[in-house]
Design a protein around this ligand. Structure first.
Ligand code: SF4
Length: 205
């Protein structure tokens, strides 16, 4: 089982990394957040403007929507781990280039080694194409589990894409319910009973 110093070394490796040009233009690296013993890993594409400023993945409106989707199936960020394909913000929020993704993949692989998740959820096309299939199409293949050795993996929409096109929100919510059912089958420590959304929102006011 990974220990704290393993995680610290992985974080330090990201902070020191200059393996692709994204490090020259980002404000800081965004390593990941959550429980280092989580059974469920979410993987997004890369940091956006707010993430670059705060050093945390999935903050801002997209992060709030992710928090709400998690709460609907009984999860908070403390129950899962959240990371990205690339750890440095692409300029103007463009898609990370294939060579940038390839350069950064060893960092995500190290995180996955340390975490040894049971379930992995790709948030958006870029993550799903890197981790599931280069041809992955979210609209057609979302919500289906693929077995990868010691873990299962599926793709769904990126929360930012859901905010741009709310038409896909019901399907994304169904994907989270698929996740909830899988957690109940294969996870031992991860909760899966819904958290009252109104309680979470009340804290914001
Ligand atoms: S994006 Fe990844 S590979 Fe590129 S410099 Fe940042 S940490 Fe290194």
């Amino acid at each position: 089982m990974a220990n704290t110093s393993d995680w610290a070394a992985a974080r330090a490796a990201v902070e020191a990394c200059t393996a692709c040009p994204l490090r020259e233009t980002c404000r800081q690296t965004v390593f990941g957040v959550g429980s280092e013993t989580a059974e469920v890993l979410f993987v997004g594409e890369g940091p956006g403007k707010t993430e670059d400023e705060e050093g945390v993945p999935f903050v801002g409106p997209a992060g709030k929507l992710l928090d709400e989707l998690l709460a609907a199936i009984g999860l908070t960020r403390e129950h899962v781990y959240i990371a990205n394909i690339v750890k440095c913000r692409p300029p103007m929020n463009r898609d990370p280039k294939p060579e940038e993704r390839a350069a950064c993949m060893p960092h995500l692989k190290r995180q996955m080694e340390l975490l040894a998740p049971k379930l992995v959820v790709c948030l958006g096309r870029i993550a799903a194409q890197e981790l599931i299939s280069p041809e992955f199409r979210v609209t057609q293949e979302h919500g289906f589990w693929n077995i990868r050795g010691s873990y299962e993996i599926m793709g769904t929409w990126h929360p930012a894409a859901l905010l741009r096109n709310e038409r896909n929100l019901p399907d994304a919510f169904e994907d989270f319910k698929v996740l909830q059912r899988r957690i109940r089958k294969v996870c031992k420590m991860t909760p899966s009973d819904p958290i009252a959304l109104c309680a979470g929102r009340a804290k914001d006011t």
